[in-house]
Design a protein around this ligand. Structure first.
Ligand SMILES: [Ca+2]
Length: 305
């Protein structure tokens, strides 16, 4: 059974987004290990080829594949005002000091991200020195998040998040990390900050900049899948027989636990070679069968008639 662990089930409020808001996408279907999946990862501005750079204009325009919310722009290097210098080339994402009560973000959606390990790397800096905590004691940490679409919640939820570091005035700070994607899916990478408004500023009421972003496919190996028996089958199911066959390509002794609907363990046994599972002592009903071989396991629903 594959499980998605929502490490930080935080859902940001996007209710203020206009419904016509369209996220552009970057399709990673054919990605190879070593590929940089972020369009315009370096956010350079000297070319208009999406593989090499963009032709930003400093207003509301954002580079290929990127999207943003209010209070953000694609700002130029400008030592004459609070922008300061970019980390790479002459453009950077800027989230305004005051960016509205619902905050602001930039993100990029990557469709059909393959399974495997991904490495991210980005640079941030601040104009001025903000504080994570408000005068009211409210924690307002700006976040870098990796999001997947949760159909039950009907929203994009964070499955990985990291607090964006504070910095001295105009000093770029690098953040790197990795994340494992356990199934092919669409993913968004996002930077978010809430600065409040002029009437009600928060501790984050300094401009935040993001530049030199990368998101790289680094490995196909999947520690999450290494521990599961993805081809496990138990039959017949539903069953009115006394014996069940447990089938998987994994060779070795099978450790089988059966649980009833109340979670009570009703059987705990070991099967060797092609030995079948004797269920003649069990009454009709629904069960969960947990099978482990060589430390790999999976769980299957069983119906006994
Ligand atoms: Ca740049």
């Amino acid at each position: 059974m594959k499980k998605i662990t929502l490490l930080f089930g935080i859902t940001l409020c996007f209710s203020l987004l206009p419904t016509s808001f369209v996220f552009s996408q970057y399709d990673a279907t054919n990605a190879q290990v070593g590929d940089e999946l972020t369009v315009n990862g370096m956010l350079s501005t000297t070319a208009i080829d999406p593989d090499e750079g963009v032709n930003g204009n400093g207003g509301a325009e954002v580079p290929y594949g990127w999207n943003y919310m209010q209070g953000t722009n694609y700002a130029p290097t400008n030592t004459g005002n609070t922008n300061g210098v970019c980390h790479s080339e002459d453009r950077q994402f800027k989230m305004y000091a005051m960016n509205g009560n619902s905050g602001s973000f930039v993100n990029q959606q990557i469709t059909n991200l393959p399974t495997g390990t991904f490495t991210y790397d980005y640079w941030t800096k601040w104009a001025g020195v903000p504080e994570y905590v408000n005068e009211e004691g409210e924690l307002l940490e700006p976040k870098f998040t990796i999001r997947i679409f949760d159909t039950e919640a009907d929203s994009w939820v964070a499955v990985h998040e990291e607090v964006i570091p504070l910095s001295e005035n105009q000093i770029w700070a690098q953040t790197t990390g990795s994340w494992v994607n356990d199934e092919v899916r669409d993913v968004r990478i996002q930077w978010y900050k809430r600065g409040g408004n002029a009437a009600n500023p928060t501790g984050m009421n300094k401009s935040m900049f993001v530049d030199s972003v990368s998101f790289t496919y680094t490995s196909t190996s999947l520690s999450l899948e290494d521990t599961s028996l993805t081809d496990l089958k138990i039959y017949p199911n539903p069953s009115s027989d006394d014996f069940l066959t447990i089938s998987t390509a994994e060779q070795g002794d099978k450790y089988v636990k059966l649980f009833n609907v109340t979670g009570q363990m009703v059987m705990n046994t070991k099967l060797v070679q092609d030995q079948k599972l004797n269920i003649s002592s069990l009454s009709a009903g629904f069960y969960l069968a947990e099978v482990s071989i060589n430390g790999r396991s999976d769980t299957i629903k069983l119906v006994i008639r």
